[in-house]
Ligand binder design. Sequence first.
Ligand code: HEM
Length: 405
Amino acid sequence: MTTTQADTWGLHESQFWLRGKQPEQRVHHAADLGFWNVYGHPEAEEVLRDPATYSSDTTRVIPKEMLEDQGVDLEAMSAGNLLQLDPPLHNKMRKLVSRAFTPKVVADLEPRIAAVTNEMLDAAGSSGRLELVEDLAYPLPVIVIAELLGVPASDRHLFKGWVDKLFDSSEQFSLKEQTEGRQESVKKSLEGQKSLVEYLGKHVDERRKQPREDLLTKLVEAEVDGEKLTRNEVVNFANVLLLAGHITTTMLLGNAVLCLDTHPEWDERVRADRSLVPPAIEESLRYLSPFAAVARTTTREVELGGSTVPADQMLMIWVAAANRDDRVFAEPDTFDPLRDPNPHLAFGRGIHFCIGAPLARLEGRVALNILFDRYPALRTIPGEPPKFQINPNMTGVRELPLTTA
Ligand code: HEM
């Protein structure tokens, strides 16, 4: 593997997914953690395309005592959580939210995304410095998703506090020994989750009394098979959208800018030919995949990549590693926006393929073009390296100081 600037900043060292570089590790049993890692691209696709064998309901295999010890009310937390549902319920719920994310709804957001981007950059001032995450990459996607849902975008500092609690741990998830560090991290994450759920619950109750023109009201009024969603379902549904809808896109924006910073020859080409913005975003999603891993559980014993995985096992599908599989991507550690095809798995595959992908891509395209228009040069600052997410399941910057001079 080639050494890049990102290696010197320590990004790769901290990334669990790079362990998958050896062929014999493409499907790897992490006995100490009690689950399986899937690092290979064909193997990851095989899993993601077969929901009957690989269920998204991870609660099936987490020992009940472990959840009880941590005070998790499974029933309340799982209802309506699209990410954890299997067919046939998944299809029904997904249809609901798909109606809210039609191509037209997303395309119509373009002027608003541009306006918010410009507002944020105006507010950041003209000091010659930007902290890209704080000044743009965090607020933009949060404002967009909050406005869609119908919760006040001005509450974003609250969401940030709660979401930081969810992901502010470098502990790898484990089904085995719950060390103090792991317990602490789960406790913090549950606190964040609880606050978000309470917050959304209040808004859902308000919409029941007083409908508005927003996505929360649509969810409250929606019917699946003639039945309305329960309060828990609406809240969890909104929770997934709010969470999935911002932290990942924040990383996408930061990572795309960082990829261009570390590859100045591409920065120059993309700035000169804006038709390269979308492929540069796709390549940055492959190269630094924000949502590094997704989880599944086996419903039966199955052969995968030469290993026999028993029934009721948890698997972590490292899409970030699969996106560097040299069986699928030539020179996988080279950032090349002209790679064609680029079948990266950063948005998943199959029935759970990311519903927000068109929105994330649009936000990326609009924001990157505006950054190029406003700042002829945008560079990392010597002595002020970016900081990365510490959660091993995420690959992305969380602080990116830049000079605009
Ligand atoms: C699902 C990544 C942005 C909403 C997923 C999955 C991935 C992903 C990998 C599949 C999970 C699985 O298979 O278990 C990303 C990345 C994003 C992004 C990398 C930004 C760069 C968004 C946005 C929204 C969103 C902007 C909403 C506005 C969702 C939802 C699902 C999902 C609701 C669940 C779909 C289902 O289970 O059927 N996302 N996402 N995501 N994403 Fe995204």
